[in-house]
Design a protein around this ligand. Structure first.
Ligand SMILES: C[S@@+](CC[C@H](N)C(=O)[O-])C[C@H]1O[C@@H](n2cnc3c(N)ncnc32)[C@H](O)[C@@H]1O
Length: 196
């Protein structure tokens, strides 16, 4: 029998509960801990493919809320009409254009991940660049007191990233959901209450 080393409790649970990816449980655990979403919220999901965070966001914000997802790759799943997809490379995205295209957001979430090379320091540097870009997008489109969730790989640049984001939010926290795979270097920065 072929053994899939990526198959675990959360992979099976996601399949049974019809989520598009097991990473949904990381977002759920962050939300349970920090109470991020409210009904009616407007959400931006950066690096949304295949779409489990958008699925979860849509469930939490309800039919009066709205989710914009952004990725290099369009989702294959069909979403309800209060979801909009923008195909873009966040590294070259024009923030002025984005600000005109979408209304201000209550919450920005980023699960952006680089193509990994296996070299820890290289992967961590790429991840912090993506996280830094996600933070710039969040500062541009978040409402005052809005919240930010961002994946970042642990490495030597993490402290500087946290120090920079902490000048924009009333509080920043680092949180590692139990749904994170063993051995993974990823951690989530949570920025609460954007200060404008
Ligand atoms: C871990 S996946 C996101 C999973 C998603 N949160 C979910 O639950 O379904 C990371 C995503 O980041 C996207 N990504 C990486 N670099 C990007 C870039 N420069 N611009 C836009 N998206 C990017 C990838 O295409 C990939 O779909």
């Amino acid at each position: 029998m072929k053994i899939n080393r990526w198959e675990d409790h959360y992979t099976r649970l996601a399949r049974n509960e019809k989520w598009l990816a097991r990473s949904v449980y990381k977002l759920e655990q962050i939300d349970n801990r920090f109470k991020i979403f409210q009904k009616g919220d407007r959400l931006l999901d950066i690096g949304c493919f295949p779409g489990s965070w958008s699925q979860y966001g849509l469930k939490r914000v309800g039919s009066k809320g709205e989710v914009v997802g952004m990725d290099l790759t369009p989702p294959r799943h069909s979403f309800p009409s209060n979801f909009r997809f923008i195909q873009a490379d966040v590294l070259s995205l024009d923030l002025g254009w984005l600000g005109e295209e979408i209304a201000l957001r209550d919450v920005v979430i980023s699960d952006l991940a680089p193509q990994t090379t296996g070299v820890r320091s290289v992967d961590a540097t790429r991840s912090v660049s993506l996280a830094g870009r996600a933070a710039e997008i969040a500062y541009a489109v978040l409402k005052k007191k809005g919240h930010f969730i961002c994946k970042v790989f642990e490495g030597e640049d993490l402290n500087a990233f946290r120090a920079e984001t902490s000048t924009h939010f009333r509080q920043t926290k680092l949180f590692r959901p139990t749904a994170t795979r063993k051995g993974s270097r990823e951690i989530y920065l949570v920025g609460l209450d954007l200060v404008k």
